[in-house]
Design a protein around this ligand. Structure first.
Ligand code: SAM
Length: 484
């Protein structure tokens, strides 16, 4: 293999995710993992992030994060989790943003060994939604109360070309059913060209999400033996192309379980550092999926599964290392794991998800075209009630991106400490919409009690009064979509 040099500013994947730098980092972490004083100093540095107004000086590096990951000292691990909890509260408060995935098509030309959509899987029925079917799915999602979707599709130039994705986005945004509306469409489709990213931007994409799956190039090539996704560099450099195409918000993720978790975590943080170094803004979100059973897929085929405890530690560490970035956990995880993850840094979750193509319009949860088995099978109303029971504020807010607070403008906004005057009232107003239009009576009562309490946390008196008045309007009529 050619000897590449580590360079976070390079646009070549082998240089910004540099294999040798990862190996050196892991070696450094092993050598220092028992150095409690060093671990504490790293935590102290990260503690500088507790005040959003502080600047980037306090961001810990991938090397420092690797030491914390390797450290097994119980006191340090607990301090790190506590710090993660505090950082989460400082940046995101107790709000949790809700979304749902919408599977458009499971046609795929790739050969990903962990994914049931892989081209050689002959048992999974192939399906692609027509625009009328998308309409029906979106109405079902709106009737649940969703305002934010992540659209998902396999990679198939003939069945799912970019025009199909763009047309689907237009359809989704155009549907106004009762008081419902989808106000933000995030897109999780395969790596593509700058021109196509530009088209997605024009179609008003929210975040472009692309999981790396694994940062370990050699294993990546084996796990993706055929199809365009086999090209590691094309895939890994996709977020740069997306940003070049004008998309401000990009999402990263690792499919935990495919490779060694420490290697993955270092790669992930290096990727975040790279985006910051090149574009002046890090990833908008980081997702933490783990490989799950699915048609033709047995996760035990991959030797790197994580215990729940280790998974929680990783989530806490990401929160500490990348404080401004939203973190997403899906219904791949069960209620217990999601509850812990919410404490340590997750700011967005899916709810009421169906991971099959056309799943939302089926009475029964369909299994045949599922992308992965859903562990958390509760309804959205149950998830909302549960969040509130655990002192979280469910939020359906999509204001930032609609107000142009994306990319570096979002990060600046985050650092200015204005979240309590914007995100907090927006969360309460969108929750009030949900409670009026979709909630069960028990959830509604609980929700309005929570709103009354949480209103008092808005620091700016004018914002407080306006928010209160807007909520009154939501409760007494059909006025919707207020935002700061
Ligand atoms: N085809 C696009 C791509 O290549 O990125 C879209 C991705 S797919 C619809 C969404 C994600 O699901 C994948 O990136 C992968 O990480 C995840 N996934 C695939 N198989 C999975 C499994 N068995 N368990 C959990 N997640 C899985």
């Amino acid at each position: 293999m050619t000897n590449y040099k580590y360079d976070p500013k390079s646009l070549c994947a082998d240089e910004f995710i540099n294999h040798q730098e990862i190996l050196d980092t892991l070696e450094y972490a092993q050598a220092h993992k028992d150095d409690v004083a060093l671990c504490r100093a790293i935590l102290d540095k990260a503690r500088g992030n507790l005040h959003p107004k502080n600047d980037h000086g306090a961001i810990i590096t991938h090397r420092e994060a690797a030491v914390l990951l390797a450290c097994e000292d119980a006191a340090i691990v607990n301090e790190m989790k506590e710090l993660a909890r505090q950082i989460k509260l400082a940046y995101y408060g107790n709000r949790i943003v809700l979304f749902a995935p919408l599977y458009l098509s499971n046609y795929c030309v790739n050969g990903c060994l962990y994914c049931p959509y892989h081209a050689k899987n002959k048992t999974i029925p192939r399906r692609k939604l027509t625009q009328d079917e998308i309409r029906a799915e979106v109405i079902a999602l709106q009737d649940m109360g969703h305002k934010r979707l992540a659209i998902e599709a396999g990679e198939h130039p003939k069945e799912n070309p970019i025009d199909y994705i763009l047309e689907s986005m237009r359809t989704i945004y155009s549907i106004k059913h009762k008081n419902g509306a989808i106000r933000r469409v995030n897109v999780n489709i395969a790596a593509t060209t700058v021109d196509e990213y530009r088209m997605l931007k024009e179609a008003e994409i929210g975040t472009y999400i692309l999981f790396q799956e694994t940062y370990h190039k050699e294993n990546y090539l084996k796990l993706h033996p055929t199809g365009p996704k086999h090209d590691y560099n094309w895939h890994t450099e996709a977020h740069d192309r997306a940003m070049e195409g004008g998309i401000d918000d990009v999402g990263l993720g690792v499919l935990f379980g495919l490779d060694n978790y420490a290697y993955e975590l270092v790669g992930l943080l290096m990727h975040a550092e790279h985006l910051e170094a090149v574009h002046g803004v890090g990833p908008h979100t980081i997702s933490v999926p783990r490989v799950k059973p699915a048609d033709d897929i047995d996760p035990t085929d991959f030797d790197n599964s994580l215990t729940d405890e280790l998974f929680e530690k990783i989530i806490a560490l990401i929160r500490v290392a990348v404080p401004y970035t939203g973190m997403i956990i899906s219904t791949r995880e069960n209620e217990r794991v999601r509850a812990a993850a919410l404490q340590y840094g997750i700011s967005q979750i899916s709810g009421g998800s169906r991971t099959s193509v056309g799943g939302y319009t089926e009475e029964e949860r369909p299994r045949d075209t599922e992308q992965f088995n859903v562990s958390d099978q509760r309804t959205l109303d149950e998830v909302i009630a549960w969040l509130m029971e655990n002192d979280h504020i469910p939020s359906f807010c999509t204001a930032c991106y609609r107000a142009g607070r994306t990319g570096d403008r979002f990060m600046a906004f985050c650092k200015s400490g204005q979240i309590l005057n914007y995100c907090h009232p927006n969360a309460l107003m969108t929750l009030a919409e949900y409670l009026m239009d979709y909630a069960s009576p028990v959830t509604r009562d609980r929700g309005f009690r929570l709103i009354k309490r949480e209103l008092e946390k808005i620091p700016n008196a004018r914002t407080h009064d306006l928010c209160k008045a807007n909520i009154k309007a939501i409760m007494s009529g059909n006025d919707r979509d207020f935002r700061f």
